[in-house]
Each structure stands twice: as structure tokens, then as C-alpha cells.
Design a protein around this ligand. Structure first.
Ligand SMILES: C[S@@+](CC[C@H](N)C(=O)[O-])C[C@H]1O[C@@H](n2cnc3c(N)ncnc32)[C@H](O)[C@@H]1O
Length: 208
């Protein structure tokens, strides 16, 4: 999709960070100030920009696709004008081409991580490896926020991506990889991207 020139608003690209993430930042329920944060499978980098704007000391977006990395760098540059992102905040964002399952972060494990539409992008047989990788790249005591999507009984579980997911799947896989669940709730419809209403849950985890 990236190599075919995926545009903002097409397929999984929602043109912006989730209203839920922005709400959590605005209400102080997510506080990344002074933290090193990671967003694997960051796509065009909307979440990374939201997180440096919220004061993250460093936010890294990791992407398998080098085209996505290029697009994310363009979005970051544009955000200075469009979103009034300061030069200082922009300097704290970086986008790296890499493969999450084998990636070793240069600066060591992160304090905080965010997974949105990354878990559902992987074939179900890859989930164990994916959650083990999450445990590798986060510090013990570090926090992971997962925005769980798409939760839908109408989707065929044998077809993806996106592969349909359930909160129970997250408990099984993240729990099995050493993450303690601290909180899980459904996302109110007004805090989902259009078209994703009623199909999202939010969970906070602590890496043991
Ligand atoms: C469904 S998209 C989501 C993008 C972004 N999170 C968003 O919400 O717009 C999943 C992204 O994960 C990337 N990806 C897939 N496998 C990956 C891997 N093993 N390591 C890093 N990125 C990967 C893809 O290139 C794609 O951009």
C-alpha cells in the first residue's frame, strides 16, 4: 500500500491521531512528559507528532516501510505550520525504518509505548512474537497503551489485515508476555475515528 502511494485518509490512514489518544493527553490520563516513547507500525506518524506535542522527551516511530518513513517525515514537517508544532517538539520526533520483531533500539528499552492498528496488522500466528517484542523494547515498569481495534463480531476472523481482535486476545497475548492489565474500557463512540465507532477498546498495561 505504501509503495502504491497510500494517501492521507485512504485505507487505514485516518489523517490524524485518534480522538481517544488526544482526549487522554488533554485530560492528563496520558502523561508522556519527559518520557522516551515508541510507536511501532507508526504509518504516517500522527501519533508520534501528538506525543512530542504532549511533551515526550523523544518519540520514535518505527516502520517496516521506507515509504511510510518518508511520508511521516513530510507530515512532521507540515505539522509545524498546520498544527503549530514547535521546532523543539519536532526535533524530539524521529522516524526509523526497521522491523519490530528483530529491532534492537539503540538507546535501550523505552519508558512508554503505544499500539494502534499495529496488533491487528499482524497475522494471528504472529501475535505471540509481537507481544514478546513489546516486552523486549519496553523497560520493566514501563507503560503500554493499546487502542484495541477492530472489535467486530461481523468480521471474518480468517481474513485480514486488519485481523479482527477482541479484548480477550489482548489479555491472552500481552498477559502471556509479562504485561499486567491495569485498566480496560470501551471507547465512547464520539472518541473514535469516523467509521470505527463501537469497535474500539482502550487498555493500559504495565510491563512486569
Ligand atoms: C495498519 S497500519 C497502521 C499505521 C498507523 N499506526 C496508523 O494508525 O495510521 C500498520 C503499519 O505497520 C507497519 N508494519 C507492518 N509490519 C511491521 C513490522 N514488522 N515492523 C514495523 N512496522 C510494521 C506497516 O508498514 C503499516 O504502516
Amino acid at each position: 500500500m505504501w509503495n502504491a502511494g497510500l494517501k492521507p485518509g485512504e485505507a487505514f490512514d485516518a489523517r490524524d491521531a485518534s480522538p481517544m489518544l488526544k482526549h487522554l493527553i488533554e485530560t492528563g490520563k496520558i502523561d508522556v512528559r519527559g518520557k522516551r516513547v515508541l510507536v511501532p507500525g507508526c504509518g504516517r506518524g500522527y501519533d508520534v507528532v501528538a506525543l512530542v506535542a504532549a511533551g515526550a522527551e523523544a518519540a520514535v516511530g518505527l516502520e517496516l516501510s521506507d515509504r511510510a518513513v518518508e511520508e511521516a517525515k513530510i507530515y512532521l514537517e507540515e505539522s509545524k505550520q498546520r498544527l503549530n508544532l514547535s521546532e523543539d517538539a519536532a526535533k524530539r520526533a524521529s522516524f526509523l525504518q526497521g522491523e519490530f520483531f528483530s529491532w534492537e533500539p539503540e538507546g535501550g528499552p523505552f519508558d512508554w509505548g503505544y499500539d494502534y492498528t499495529f496488533f491487528c496488522a499482524m497475522h494471528p500466528t504472529m501475535r505471540e512474537g509481537q507481544t514478546k517484542s513489546w516486552a523486549r523494547v519496553l523497560k520493566a515498569g514501563g507503560e503500554l497503551v493499546t487502542l484495541i481495534f477492530p472489535v467486530s463480531a461481523e468480521m471474518d476472523p480468517n481474513q485480514g489485515p486488519p485481523w479482527p481482535v477482541t479484548p480477550e486476545m489482548y489479555q491472552e497475548h500481552f498477559g502471556g508476555a509479562g504485561f499486567a492489565l491495569e485498566q480496560m474500557n470501551s471507547v465512547p463512540p464520539e472518541l473514535s475515528h469516523k467509521g470505527r465507532e463501537g469497535k474500539e477498546f482502550l487498555a493500559f498495561w504495565r510491563r512486569q
